[in-house]
Each structure stands twice: as C-alpha cells, then as structure tokens.
Ligand binder design. Sequence first.
Ligand SMILES: [Zn+2]
Length: 1016
Amino acid sequence: MALLNNLKLALHNWNSARLLLPHSLRLPCSSARQSSHCAAGDAIQAALDEGGDVHGFRVLEVREIDELQLTAVRLQHINTEADYLHIVKDDPNNAFCIGFRTTPLDSTGVPHILEHTVLCGSHKYPVRDPFFKMLNRSLSTFMNAMTGSDNTIYPFSTQNPTDFKNLLSVYLDAVFKPNLTELDFSQEGWRLEHADPKDRNSPIEFKGVVFNEMKGVFADSQNIFMQKLQNGLLPSHTYGVVSGGYPLDIPNLSWGQLKEFHKYHYHPSNCRIFTYGDMDLEDHLAFINENYLKHFSKIELNTEVPDEPRWSKPCTDHIHCGIDSLAPPDAQNSVAISYRLADITNISECFTMSLLSELLVGGPNAPFYKSLLEPLYGTGFSPATGYCGHTRNTTFTIGLQGVKNGNTETVLTQIENTFERVKKEGFPQERIDAILHGIELSLKHQTPGFGVGLAMNLAPFWNQDGNPIQSLAINECIDNFKKSMVDNPTFLQDKINEYFVKNKHKYTLSMSPDASFEKTLKEKEAALLQSRIENLSEEDKQRIYALGIELSNKQEAVEDLSCLPSLHPRDISRSVDRTTLSHVRLSDGVPVQASPQSTNGVTYFHAVMDTHSVAPDLLPYIPLLCAVLTKMGAADLDFRAFDQKVELYTGGLSASPHLQQHIDNYSLEKGVVISSYCLQKNLHHMLKLWENVLTEIRMTDMSRFSTLVKMIATEKSNSVIQGGHHYAMQAASATVSPYGAAREEWSGLSYVDRLKRISESDDLKPVLIKLSQLAFVLLGKKYMRVAVNASPEDMDSTLKELELFLDNIGGTPKPYETHPAIDASAFTPFTQRTHHVFPFPVNYTSRAFTGVPYRHPDAGPLRVLGRLMFPFLHREIREKGGAYGGGADVSPGGPVTFYSYRDPNSVQTFEAFSRALEWVLKGDFNERDLNEAKLGVFQSIDAPVGPGSRGLRQFLSHISDDVFMQHRESVLDTDAQDIVRAARLHLLEPLIEGSCLIGPANSTLEQDPFWSTVQH
Ligand SMILES: [Zn+2]
C-alpha cells in the first residue's frame, strides 16, 4: 500500500512515538554514494580550521569518521553559545534539525503545546500553520516536529537547494520569532468552547488539538503503562511528569505560562543546530547568524536534568487501565521491571548496555524470549521492553503484556531467575558475534533517511551535553568492547550482576483492567469541566462565546499566503534518472532482474512467487504464512538455530503478502514477496537459508506455532487503535475494487478478526495443515521471479550463486510472459457503509472510491486532486473538527480514500468529505493551489530510494521507467479542467462508495438504514 503522504505529521508527539519504538542498537543507515567523502572532508578541513571563526561561529572540532564515510564539524556560536554540528557527506538528501532542551516540571504538556503553537505563524510568516502549508510548497523528503520527555526537535530534509533555504527560513522564524497568539494557544492547546461555537445555548466543553491528541494517546493502555514506568523509575525531576500533557492537567496551563516557557527554553543559548549533506556549510552559517542568532545574546540557563538520586530499595506500584475488547478477558494484565542504568554520556557503557539488551531480549535465542514468551506467560513483551537511551539516566525494561490473571508474580520470579541464570552462564560467543555482525552490516546498508535519522538518534545524547562527534565513532566502541571481553571473559556477566541482580534502583509496575476505568476517567473530566463552568462569570461566558466565534471566523478566513516561499512545478525535472537493469534467465528459465549499484558491498535479494497454483480456499492463509515463514525453522535447523544463522549472516529475512493492481486494468497480481540483504561474502549462506525455507520449512512444531500465532494476534489487535485510520480505509475500500477487497482480506479488520479466532481456538492443527499445503504449492520456482542489486564488481559472482540456489529449489519455471494476472471481471463494486464498534474514545473514518489503474489518463489528475483537497480537509477536520488529522489518499493504481483519525466527530466528518468534493467541482481553487498540490505529489513520486531498492518499481509493480515518466508528466501537466473532470467521473458519478467508521457506539448510525453495525 502506498504511504500516506499527508500523514507525515502523524508522529507529531514524540512522547508516544519514541516510547512505541524499541530503542535500536543500530544507527540509521548511510545513504551516501561511496568514496568521495574524503574530498569533501578535505575541503572543509582546509576552510575551517579548529579554533577558526566563520560567520559568528567558532570551529571547535573537525573529525573524519571512516566507518560512516563522513566528516563531522562541531561549532559554537560566539555570542550566544548555541551549539552546532555539521556533517559533510556526499549525499544530496540534505537534512536540518534544531533542538531545544525542554524540561517541564508539570504535566500540562507545555513543551508539546508549544511545539504545536510555534508552528501557527511567525513574524516573517504571519499565516496560520505555515508548517502545514509548506508541506505543499516544498519537495521535502521529511518534515516534522517532535516533543520528547526532555527535548523538542524540528527536523526536515530535502534534495533541492532552494527548498532547503525556504524551509530553513520558515523553521527558524517559527522557533525564534513565533506569534504565539492567544487564539493559537486555545486552538492547539485547550479552550472552553460551546459544542457549536455559534450557538450560545449548546453546552460548553473542553476542546483543543493537543487535548484530544493526548486523550487518544492514553486511550492505548500500553501508553499509560510506559508513561507510568518512566515516571515511576525517574520520579524526581522532568521524567516524573508527562511532557506530552496529561489530559486532565492540560487545562491548568495558561497562555502566559506558554509564552514564558518559550522565552526561556527557545533561546539560542539553549539550542542545538544540526545540518547534514552535500550543501555548503558556510551558506547555512551565514544565514542562521545574520537573520537570527546575531540578534540574541547569551543567557544563563538552568534547564539541566539532574542525576536521579540512587534508591536504597526497590519500588513497586500498581495501576489500572480500560478493558480491551479485542483480547481475552482473563489475560489483560501487564507487568514489567525497569532498571536505572548508566549516564547517557558514558558512551562505552551505553554501547555495552544496548548490546546486552539485544542479547537479553532480541530474537528466539534470547534468555527472556525462552523464559517469558515461550511458556506463554503473556501474549508478548511489553512495548517498553529493552534498552532505552533517551533519558539522562538510561534504562532497561523487561516485562510482558497479555498476562493471565494470577500469573503476575510468576512473571516477576521468572525475570529475577533469568538474570541469576544469565549471570552464571553468560552468552554463547556466536550470539555476540551475530550482534557485532549486525552493526557492521548496518553501517554499510544505505537508506535514504540517513541524515534525519542521524539527527534524531544523536538528539537525546547531545541534549544532555554529550559530544555528538564522539558518539559517531562506532568502531572505537566496538574495539573497546572486544578488548573488555578479552581482558575479562566474564565482562558481560559482571555487568548483569551490577545493573540487574544487585541494582536496588528498580521499579516494578503491574497493570490490570478495571471495568469502571473509562467511566471514572469520563467522570473526572466532567467534574473538572463542571468546576470550571461553575466559576465562570457572565463576562467570562461572553468571552468564551466571542473567542469561539473569533476562532471559527479565523479558520474560515481566506489568507494571503504570498509571504511564504515556494518552489514551482517548473523546478521539477521532466526527465528521470534511469535505473540500469539487465534481465537474464537462470536455472531453466527463472526471470532475474539484475541491477548493479553502489551498495558498499552489500547484496540485496528479492523474489516474488505468485499465487497461480494456489486454490482459492488457501488464499486467505497467505498473510499468516508470511508472518511465520522465517520463524519456524527449516531443514536440519530448529527455529533457534535458524534464527542464529539469520543474525550471523544477514540483515534479516522477511516475507510479506504481494498485492498489485495491473497498470492497465483492475486485475490483480497476488503472491508472496521475500527479501533480504547481506554482505557479499555471506551471499552463499543467505541463499542457503532461503533454500531451506522454500524446500523444507518445519511446519511440525505445534508449540512454536502456537506461540507465534498468539504473538501475531496480539500485535495486530494492538495496532487497531494505533492505526485505526488505516483499518478504516481498508474496510471502506473493500467493496469498491478487487484490490480493495483483497487488501481488506489480507491486512484489514477481517484479518485481525480471523487471527483472533485462530489464536483462541483449542486446536491449531487444521490451520497448520492448511499452511503446509499452501507452502507446498506456493514456495518454489514455478511462478518465481527474482531481483538482485549488488556492487558492479560483485554482480557476476552474485548471479552464479543465484543459479546454484535456484537449481536447488523445486518446480519447473513457467515463462513469465504467460502469467496472466488474476482476472477481476467477476467483481462487481457496490456501496457499503459499516460502523465497526470498538470501545475507543475517538473515531476513525473513511470513505473510498474505486480509482483508476496506474496508466489510466486520469491517474495523474486524481493524484493531484487528492493532494489539492488536503488543505481544505485539514481545515475542516483538524482545525474546525478537532481531529488529530485527515485528508485524502490516492494510491497510484489503487482506490481513492478520504480519512480522519483520532476524530471526536463521526458523521460530521463524512459531510466534510462531501464538502471537499463540492469545493473541487465548483472549481473554487486557483493556479497556486494546483501548483502546490503537484509539489505535494512529487514529494512521494520523487522520494529518494536507497541503492538496495532501485529497480523495485519495475520488479514489483511492472512500472518501467518509461511508464513512470509518462505518469510523472501526466501529474505535471494536470490542469484545472482535468481535476474537475476526474473528480466528477471518479468521485461523483459512479454513485458507488464504501464508508467505514471505527469507534464507539453511535446512536445516529444505529438508526440509519444505510449503515450496518459490526460489534467487535
Ligand atoms: Zn502533537
């Protein structure tokens, strides 16, 4: 499925985003072309000597980091002491990030509300939401803002030099010169307002973007749990509060407090600026100094987070959460222990800790996997599990979710026993080698988001005054670690003893569901609201009404946006860089696409096996087969031995369902795509592992299968509240096109429900038999095609290895040209509106239309149309409606879907979708709107692609460079008439739509004969 372009801002709140992602040991991966870093580095070194001054900055340190092929330059602004890090790298995807240490001491969410509010207009750009508007005026490859528990960062990246300057100006003006008006504060933070702002008699309620966003965040029990874990383990300063804002505390924040917080925390003396890529550092420095920094002078700050005082005895706590209707009622407990570890600035200790964390919890060979997951004490690790290097004192957490009633104590005993056992036994050397191999591979594997990834990874450490250059020297860490292991063979066991067995600073938290949880929360909010309303004078009420009117007028007003810088579609090149591909047939005719690329010696492998030979009753099992394919073990390797080899030789083996609509019609290609990469020297091992999977997958280990099914079902259930809009979009499009129907069956709510039923069944044998049958007919070279990307000098040997691999797997290849896609002419689209009832406090809505194939003349106009409606939908759904977001997604060659997420409204949002369409049909947009929409579309069309993925558009989607170029041109050449015609033909006249609402019970819809209701 295409990525949702408009959802770039979905991870606005870092609080939740960072907590949900287990901290990774691995650095983001390099996207640079090889070898020329030294030249760029030398040029910098010549111009910027350590100790020299340039544009108001002093150069503190210049250092080449060979393992990342970059040169790092650390500078300090002379007047304000603003900290600056520049990374010289031969990478066109340049990045910028500015960060501030924001350390609140209450849970009003002040840093988070400030993060939203500075993006509501500034001195130079006095327009509402310049940040959102820049999304359509730029070719940025990344734009976001994030609030962490002790810092706030604003990163972006782009490949276009003019765009870089434009965005830099908007970002710096936003953070240093925001308007911070009272209206912005009340829109983004919180306010009292009539339910209908224009109706004085409608009830007064709490509203506000962050207020609703945080209600949505804490609707997920695991977010409540993770937040409490951090608050409980590090309670004495800023980590003891909710930096994103606790909904019931948010209304304690005043506009004045927000402005004060800004003045102090968003000062250059408290900032860290990061730039990255192949653009000129001196240009950046001159602009930043001339326009902003030189107008400030240094202030004394006290934003530091003190060391958390060490505990003399451990601490225990218990909390409650709501009931999860998707999980078994007697298995909804969570329990975890968090340990305070070393200071974040102690690089070698933190490196050891992150490595230790991988050893303890990563993969089926990890001791905690064996002692907690396999006995099925819970349905999965707590999402907080693992090393977390984001706080001043780093932490490690181990725990489970989905724990059966009465099992909590057993889990805690198991945790203590496991640490004791590991302290005695240590770790097998091959697991340590596998993790070190993983680091080596990740340093060479290049992904396009390297610059921004680096900025975000460095931020927490740098924010605590660590030297960011030091932390880039990864080889030094590895060497130190290896030396420690040689000097002291029980080095890791001693660390286990020190940090876990003997550590008194640990916090044990358990959480159990409580039927009255939601009700109590609602009552508390109602009581708070009541107390506020009671204290209102007539004058206050008048003011609330007036403010509500003013806000809705402001939201309605048409603004002059001419102050905002913008690129123009003519800045977009009409030609594309063609990917060098050659096509050969190996092993009796398997089609192989070979693409030589500068891959740093990493080899990438992809294969599609399509479902021509699969009987229809087996097709629904494809996603489950993919989910377990590389986790059951194969040939003479049980799942543990198999995983050990995967880690030792590859960057991981993955399998996923493959679903592709034909570029000229609605027929489908269905199949499975498998992929992996490795250092070239390990190619033979990697392909041997795939050979084992394809020929001798072990579909006999029932206990392993049962464990996996339970974990997968839990993960999917949890994903409904996190990504409800994705599920709504899939359900809405299920009746409008064959593609929509297949996608819903394979990854929508139907799949979640099916998995839940399977995981709860007493006998999994029939399912395992189906999977074995499916594996037997599907896996092999009969309907297989392969793509490899490798360094040019490695291509010959790669193809030789590939031929050996193909010779060893079963099936006789059918010439690919004779494979028709699956005919979809039997599918008749129809209108269906479904309300899926979940006990969520917010809604997710979607409405879908059939759309057109990729090469249809209206494919370009429809993509532009989707983007054109975004500002309209954003205003209606987010600004006026109070939802966290909304828009229209047009996947190239797929359905057109409107959506909203974390939405307090339900049916009203569907009306907003209709108004957006009416607005387009009336032609109420101008040339600039159209140009902006095209730029927006090009952000995804021309998104940078790493060397390991070049050529995949052709391989997976059958879109050649020529077809791609025609599509680009059709987007560039779209005019207003095309838009109106496409909207009328594809969104108005078909009269067929799919609608879906995911959310709480809804009496309006229950009585509506056009809607059906499904209880979950
Ligand atoms: Zn937010």
